[in-house]
Design a binder for this molecule. Structure first.
Ligand SMILES: Nc1nc2c(ncn2[C@@H]2O[C@H](COP(=O)(O)OP(=O)(O)OP(=O)(O)O)[C@@H](O)[C@H]2O)c(=O)[nH]1
Ligand SMILES: Nc1nc2c(ncn2[C@@H]2O[C@H](COP(=O)(O)OP(=O)(O)OP(=O)(O)O)[C@@H](O)[C@H]2O)c(=O)[nH]1
Ligand SMILES: [Mg+2]
Ligand SMILES: [Mg+2]
Lengths: 276, 291
């Protein structure tokens, strides 16, 4: 990380620049640097390697998470939400591919009935992945699509139902209440559902992603983050702030535009990328 | 709010004396924090704070305004200066059609902006044609077709083909249809994807657009300088569009991109519909960034 052997103001400034340049944000960077200072006072270390591993470990600790214990009952319902253009529909293709490779049956719901050709986009992915898509016509009620998809998943005894929703800015009250309605419909039809609400965040987004997370947790109990476009140069450091302030972890990352361009989140790799 | 914070930091400076490096140090820290929280790039903030310090030190503290108000005014003025002028001027052809190429990263809002630009030009009596050069994204061509239909704007596409050829043939199609503007929608791509960046350069060299715009997501953080700079080096685009500004993003990317590339921000996207396009106003952007 630093090639340095002792903590001094110059090193801390360098670390701060690295963290902020990675979109970690001011408050969370200060928090991390304070933790490092405290730990360095307590622990003895000799080499720059030891100092490096202390720093990496301190940041990685913030990202550790427990697995979601998804129930064995069918269907497992996954609701996918987020602001416009983050990669929701593409990430659903990746998750479909992931679950099918595990031998699970998957059903998709095209509940973005608003954006031009959104239904066609998901249908194309469904065809490529040999997966059925429940859909209505454009501009129909998304809640009706969700209702039908839940019924279909129940009657077909599908393993995994993944619901695609329209991109929406978290500041749009009517769109967020539409999402709350979709959530309630799922709850009513299938016990304990949705089992996972995935908030899709673009690694290029800055501190606004914290506001996004706040509102999507409120409206749809988001409990997982899918961090996309990490194949670019953006580091996605804002997820540290989201974890620290709101408690939800990254579980999946997107590293490209193809159906297999997904990885399960590895905190060690992520932190190493942050300090590159 | 920043003025309030600076007021309390500077309250013992009222009514007398000069601003010095020492007595404004705390205020500069607050301003730096506000800009970083607004997603302005780390290095851009460093340079900006230096310029504010240079302009502030030596200033007399007047009786009529508080030191906090003075500094905020200096910061605001410096921001507006740096953000540049307000213009929606698009280069056009001596002999039609004018060709406008729309570029940017994945999901930034290019296809939606193409529709907005078509609507903007239509309302000014122009006759645009939309061209579908995104041959990669599933249903990208359908997306442009649906948008074109709703605006009664013709869409040229060749399905999955060579974007360079599609762009070239779209211009011939525009001439046939007596359209005076061609808007080229291109696929989203990473600035570090050499092959895809070369494709854009090939389209530029073959189709020869009069105007190239870089479309950036208004929520972009520190990475804005990397993408904007690389696209500028490869394409030397004429202007920037900042999208999704109808949310609560502070929009620091505007300052970062402008400071690092010098390119003007020409349009703001303020919604998903075809009329949600606005001219960029540096003064409004400055107060938004400062929060
Ligand atoms: N490079 C890269 N591109 C991605 C990744 N994930 C998605 N994309 C691209 O991002 C763009 C937007 O993806 P979509 O899946 O349409 O995003 P969305 O969130 O569903 O968009 P809306 O429904 O319009 O809100 C597409 O061009 C995708 O190919 C990723 O991990 N890496
Ligand atoms: N709220 C809001 N949404 C926008 C704005 N501009 C675009 N969008 C939405 O952002 C999402 C992505 O827009 P697209 O036009 O598909 O983006 P793109 O850059 O063409 O995406 P790719 O072709 O995959 O790179 C869609 O859901 C749009 O409706 C805007 O100014 N405000
Ligand atoms: Mg989508
Ligand atoms: Mg597009």
């Amino acid at each position: 990380v630093t090639g340095k052997r002792k903590i001094d103001e110059e090193l801390l400034e360098e670390l701060e620049e690295l963290l902020i340049s990675g979109d970690v944000g001011v408050e969370t960077s200060i928090h991390i640097l304070d933790n490092i200072r405290t730990r360095v006072k307590k622990e003895k270390y000799q080499t720059s390697e030891e100092l490096d591993s202390l720093i990496l470990d301190e940041v990685k600790r913030l990202l550790d998470f427990d697995p979601l214990n998804l129930p064995p009952t069918k269907p497992c319902v996954i609701l996918v939400v987020g602001v416009n253009g983050t990669g929701k529909t593409t990430s659903i293709a990746k998750l479909t591919n992931y679950y099918k490779k595990q031998g699970k049956t998957v059903l998709l719901a095209a509940a973005d009935t608003f954006r031009a050709a959104a239904i066609e986009q998901l249908v194309t992915w469904g065809e490529r992945l040999d997966t059925d898509v429940i859909k209505h016509h454009a501009n129909s009620d998304p809640a009706a699509v969700v209702f039908d998809a839940c019924s279909a998943a129940l009657s077909r005894k599908t393993d995994v139902l993944i619901i695609d929703t329209a991109g929406r800015l978290h500041t749009k009250v009517n769109l967020m209440s539409e999402l709350e309605k979709i959530y309630r419909i799922i709850q009513r039809q299938i016990p304990d559902a949705p089992h996972e609400t995935i908030l899709v965040i673009d690694a290029g987004n800055g501190q606004n992603a914290i506001n996004q997370a706040k509102e999507f947790i409120k409206a749809s109990k988001a409990n997982s983050i899918f961090l996309t476009k990490l194949d670019g140069t953006a580091k996605g450091g804002v997820v540290l702030g989201i974890k620290r302030e709101l408690g939800i972890p990254v579980r999946y990352i997107g590293v490209g535009e193809k159906a297999d361009d997904m990885e399960l989140f590895d905190p060690v790799e992520f932190v190493e990328g942050l300090f590159e | 709010d920043l003025t309030g914070k600076l007021e309390s930091v500077l309250r013992n400076l009222r009514g007398y004396g000069k601003l010095t490096e020492k007595n404004i140090a705390e205020s500069l820290k607050e301003i730096r924090k506000a800009l970083l929280e607004a997603d302005v790039n780390y290095k851009v903030v460093k340079d900006f704070i230096q310029s504010v310090q240079d302009r502030s030190v030596g200033e007399n503290v007047l009786k009529s305004v508080t030191p906090g108000q003075m500094i905020v005014k200096i910061v605001n003025d410096e921001l507006i200066k740096l953000l540049g002028t307000s213009t929606t001027q698009l280069k056009s052809a001596g002999i039609p059609p004018s060709i406008i190429m729309i570029t940017g990263l994945q999901g930034s809002g290019k296809t939606t902006f193409c529709a907005k630009l078509a609507s903007f030009l239509q309302s000014r009596g122009r006759k645009p044609l939309l061209a579908a050069l995104d041959v990669y994204r599933p249903a990208a061509i359908q997306q442009l077709r649906v948008l074109g239909e709703s605006l009664k704007v013709p869409v040229y596409d060749e399905g999955i083909g060579d974007p360079v050829k599609i762009g070239f043939n779209a211009v011939s199609d525009a001439r046939r249809k007596l359209c005076d503007t061609v808007i080229l929608d291109t696929a989203g791509r990473l600035h570090i994807d050499e092959q895809m960046m070369r494709e854009l350069v090939n389209v530029k060299n073959r189709v020869r657009p009069h105007e190239i715009l870089f479309v950036a997501d208004g929520m972009t953080g520190q990475d804005a300088v990397n993408t904007a700079k690389e696209f500028a080096e490869k394409l030397d685009y004429d202007g920037v569009v900042l999208t999704k500004m109808d949310g609560d993003t502070r929009g620091g990317a505007a300052l970062s991109i402008r400071a690092v590339t010098g390119k003007p921000i020409k349009f703001i996207g303020t919604g998903e519909k075809a009329d949600a396009i606005e001219q960029f106003h540096p003064d409004r952007m400055a107060s938004r960034i400062l929060g």
